[in-house]
Design a protein around this ligand. Structure first.
Ligand SMILES: C[S@@+](CC[C@H](N)C(=O)[O-])C[C@H]1O[C@@H](n2cnc3c(N)ncnc32)[C@H](O)[C@@H]1O
Length: 219
């Protein structure tokens, strides 16, 4: 059982944790940086399938330290970044195209302050696999309500192979911590469908090594 408030909601509320997160995912020679790079490539490819214009708004939530930022320089979106942690957002701002970053604002993904249907595209990375089912549902309901066209979400997927891999890694390296709340593909599809989101593409980012999957969802 994961403790959502301790492990996710409040876990990133320090400058030290934010700095460590950013280094592990974007500058260290780490597995996290490699998977992040693959994920960025995959998301850029998904975004490239559509004709976006300067009228389109994109919401990056939770934006964390702005991992999505670098790829948005290639697209014309007006951008909103949002996270519960101001400490993470401090490190995110500089990643986005500065002339198109409309706001970087603190908010809870389960009950955001944004008007319904105000974003052509909503991107939710690295969050769903951290939270229990009830929060997954509230999150999917919220991001579906905010978007008009496309939602891109990532989530670690639960499979027999990934469980075996994690138990092996735990023996080899006791500090190994897998995503606390992965979900199997079919259940994720059902949760998305329940909120009116159709899975148009779903793929693993680095099969079979990483459990990380990306979903492109249309309204
Ligand atoms: C693992 S990080 C992922 C960040 C970023 N999307 C990425 O891929 O690097 C999880 C983020 O979720 C944020 N967070 C946790 N609970 C939240 C909530 N209820 N609403 C908004 N952000 C939340 C944390 O502050 C943290 O920045």
């Amino acid at each position: 059982m994961t403790d959502y408030e301790k492990d996710t909601l409040r876990a990133y509320r320090s400058a030290q944790r934010a700095g460590e997160y950013k280094r592990y995912n974007s500058s260290d020679w780490s597995w996290g940086r490699f998977v992040t790079w693959l994920e960025q490539r995959a998301i850029a490819r998904e975004l490239s399938r559509y004709d976006w214009t300067e009228a389109d708004r994109l919401l990056d939530i939770p934006c964390g330290t702005g991992i999505l930022g670098p790829i948005l320089h290639r697209f014309p979106f007006r951008i909103t970044a949002c996270d519960i942690s101001p400490e993470m957002m401090v490190l995110a701002r500089s990643e986005y195209p500065q002339d198109r970053l409309e706001t970087c604002t603190q908010g809870d993904i389960t009950k955001t302050p944004f008007p319904r249907q105000s974003f052509a595209c909503v991107v939710t990375l690295g969050f769903l696999h951290r939270v229990p089912l009830e929060i997954k549902r509230e999150t999917i309901r919220e991001i579906a309500a905010l978007s008009t066209k496309l939602v891109i979400a990532s989530c670690s997927v639960d499979t027999k192979f990934q469980r075996f891999k994690h138990s092996l890694l735990k023996k080899l390296r006791p500090s190994h911590i897998p995503a606390p709340c992965p979900m199997d593909m079919d259940s994720l599809r059902a949760e998305f469908a329940a909120q009116g989101l159709r899975v148009v593409r779903a793929f693993m980012v680095a099969p079979p090594f990483s459990a990380h999957a990306v979903f492109a969802l249309e309204k």
